[in-house]
Design a protein around this ligand. Structure first.
Ligand code: NAD
Length: 459
């Protein structure tokens, strides 16, 4: 388990152990043993599946490609989590991501456990035909441990709806006559995917921010004003005034979150900066986000990379370096690119007082401690970016019922679920000295511990 996640889980378990109202049936030595057992369950995966996929490539070479499926915990339901295609993915990374999925599903009361997969390739260097064979082989090697009631993969970095469609088709070939629509989520709509799945993560990311800064604040301003809590004070300082927003990453998550911010009728936002793998674009007056989305869609997802291209597309912005997005004088920073973007070595340069984690683990543990120490609000990954897995759950349900919901119904249900989670966390967050990340973990670990106890797994 990643060191930050592991430390917070351990901290959450210690707090629960000392809370005599939690599982009062467990006393003395039995309580100690049970909590050791809990720590062991949550810090290690249930099962690790590894294979070397043998692929006859189109160029005539035959290669063996390392691949994993890690099943962390299924106390709350079938394992669930994406499959990452990346040249640096490894067993430790996949195990950490699987553990995060267990906790994320527990936090949002999604009836799934946590899993994750990985294939060690750079997908950009393979032909479509080779990728098709890799997807089929992945399912062939792991087909016994996958399935709608066992383990349900989804897209992650380097995979998308095309790969999920291929994988589901292979699962169907291997298991004729068995239900197959729920075997993979993140599929295309024609293959049984859900409306709204593509936008779900970005919309959910923005929702957590808007809900905290607008809906919750308006409703609870009375007690928040007197709470004396540093995070409540930061939130109140940003309420009701124009907010300058920067977004790192302009892919599936970042571009949707930027558009939500641009269109939001409840908050007076200006999206002044967006960035991608090459550049940051900055305009103090606010960027034309719909036009940038249109540009990126026509240019393999990339933003205009210099002034000439910007001008010929009729767009106005200053072109800055890729990392500059992190250090601008803005109120809010959405991180929707990669992990480890704000670290001990650059945290002092970050000026935003509200940070929203669209990506997984973009703020390191050391940087989090510095930022939280000065009252910066961090809406953590486990809370903010769960829209994808929540709508994956809706996709799985629709596959079982073979009834499909409208996009409006999907987003309505997504917000209902995320609002419920926020409401279960914000009173504690604005009323105790802990970070929102710590509050999320306590919540998730409490839920998992109660279920594991009821299932008789703590002895
Ligand atoms: P994506 O591939 O669609 O977009 C990634 C964006 O980041 C692109 O704009 C890319 O140019 C930019 N980028 C790449 N390298 C960069 C660098 N070094 N510096 C700055 N920008 C860089 O990916 P996505 O689906 O938007 O996912 C973004 C992050 O969110 C990932 O970490 C992913 O694991 C996480 N996430 C995604 C989902 C989902 O449903 N898509 C769900 C949960 C978490």
């Amino acid at each position: 388990m990643a060191s930050q996640t592991g430390a917070i889980v351990q901290q959450s378990l210690s707090a629960l152990m000392d809370d005599s109202s939690f599982l009062p049936q467990l006393q003395g030595e039995l309580r100690e043993r049970s909590f050791q057992s809990l720590a062991a369950i949550l810090s290690t995966p249930n099962k690790v599946h590894k294979a070397f996929l043998r692929i006859a490539l189109g160029d005539g070479n035959v290669v063996r490609i390392p691949a994993f499926r890690i099943q962390h915990n299924d106390a709350l339901g079938p394992y669930k989590g994406g499959i990452r295609f990346h040249e640096t993915v490894n067993e430790e990374e996949v195990t950490n991501l699987a553990a995060l999925m267990t906790l994320k599903n527990a936090l949002h009361e999604v009836p799934f456990g946590g899993g994750k997969g990985g294939v060690v390739i750079n997908p950009r260097t393979f032909s479509d035909k080779d990728l098709y064979l890799i997807c089929k082989k992945y399912v062939q090697y792991f087909s016994d441990v996958l399935g709608p009631d066992k383990d349900i993969p989804a897209p992650d970095m380097g995979t998308g709806e095309r790969e999920m469609d291929w994988m589901m088709a292979e699962y169907k070939n291997i298991h004729p006559g068995s239900p197959y629509l729920g075997s993979f989520t993140g599929k295309s709509i024609v293959s049984g995917g859900s409306l709204g799945r593509r936008e779900a993560t970005g919309k959910g990311v923005y929702f957590t921010f808007r809900y905290m800064l607008h809906d919750y604040l308006n409703e609870h301003d009375g007690w928040l004003a007197g709470s004396g809590n540093a995070f409540a004070q930061t939130a109140r300082e940003h309420a009701g005034r124009p907010l300058a927003i920067a977004v790192q990453g302009f892919g599936n998550v970042g571009s949707v979150a930027a558009l939500e911010a641009y269109k939001c009728p409840s908050l007076r936002n200006r999206v002044v900066a967006v960035s991608d793998r090459s550049v940051t674009l900055y305009n103090e007056e606010g960027l034309d986000i719909p036009a940038l989305i249109e540009f990126a869609a026509a240019n393999r997802g990339d933003l205009p990379a210099n002034q000439d291209i910007l001008e010929s597309a009729g767009l106005k912005a200053q072109v800055l370096g890729r990392e500059d997005v992190l250090y601008l004088n803005v109120d809010v920073l959405f991180l929707a690119a990669l992990e480890d973007q704000i670290r001990a070595d650059n945290v002092a340069e970050v000026k935003a007082r509200i940070i929203v984690e669209g990506a997984n683990a973009p703020v390191t543990g050391e940087a989090d401690a510095v930022l939280s120490g000065n009252g910066t609000i961090i809406i953590p990954d486990i809370l903010a970016n769960a829209g994808g897995v929540i709508v994956s759950y809706f996709e799985w349900l629709q596959g079982r019922e073979t009834q499909f919901y409208t996009e409006e119904e999907i987003f309505k249900q997504l917000y209902v679920k995320m609002q419920k989670t926020m409401n279960s966390l914000l009173p504690a967050y604005f009323g105790n000295p802990h970070t929102l990340r710590e509050n999320c973990y306590v919540h998730a670990v409490t839920k998992l511990s109660s279920v594991l106890f009821r299932q008789g797994k703590l002895y």
